[in-house]
Design a protein around this ligand. Structure first.
Ligand SMILES: [Zn+2]
Length: 221
């Protein structure tokens, strides 16, 4: 192995260990205060079994939220029309701070929105939610260039697809899960502010995958 390749390999190993430690600490924090996730799970159960409450959507709720908001979770999800967070979690006005972008990828503007939720609205949980049959992930696997701005989204998913190719089982399914994990890593690696909040135990970051057929949101570790 050449010296350059050895250094690159060492850098990757150190980076992986650091990421793993930080993610483990973040998730440990999450289980210490998992009320946000419990609310999301309960709402998703209502959605799956068609017992939705459609909470907090009347005129009194609108008036109560006129001057302030305190969303209990921020959701980074795909823009796909079949994956609306407020519906699949049966939540109302003021409950969720949603950031939606095709392929639920992390870009500077996405981090800006998440930082606003955490630093200014005091949201303590971020959920990165991918979904089955994601067109952006399928396009990243196909590897075809679109020659327009769609390429920016697709290229962001390529590292996750490369990791998924090393896994056993269905490539598309594995790529969806890897893409969620990649976005979770990038949130803490690319945002010093969010990394600080997570390290201090004021922020927990969760991964999830929504199943288009069953309606179930699976929270992943
Ligand atoms: Zn999608």
């Amino acid at each position: 192995m050449s010296r350059a390749r050895l250094l690159t390999w060492r850098t990757c190993v150190v980076r992986s260990v650091l990421i793993g430690s930080l993610l483990a600490a973040t998730i440990a924090g999450a289980y210490a205060d998992s009320s946000a996730i419990e609310r999301l799970k309960e709402g998703n159960e209502r959605f799956i079994h068609q017992k939705m409450l459609h909470p907090r959507i009347d005129s009194a709720d609108r008036e109560g939220l006129e001057n302030a908001q305190r969303p209990f979770a921020a959701i980074l999800s795909c823009s796909d029309s079949r994956v609306p967070p407020e519906i699949v979690f049966d939540q109302g006005l003021g409950d969720l701070f949603t950031v939606r972008i095709a392929g639920n990828v992390v870009k500077d503007v996405v981090l800006g929105s998440l930082e606003y939720a955490v630093l200014h609205l005091k949201t303590k949980a971020i959920v990165v939610m991918g979904h089955t049959h994601c067109g952006a992930v399928k396009a990243a696997i196909a590897g075809e260039r679109q020659q327009n701005h769609i390429d920016v989204l697709i290229e962001s998913i390529h590292p996750a697809v490369a990791l998924a190719r090393k896994d056993r089982g269905d490539l598309e399914t594995n790529a969806v899960y890897e893409n969620v994990r990649q976005s979770m890593r990038e949130i803490v690696l690319d945002s010093p502010a969010l990394k600080t909040e997570a390290a201090a135990g004021r922020l927990s970051i969760f991964g999830a995958v929504y199943n288009l057929t069953s309606g179930e949101v699976e929270f992943i570790k």
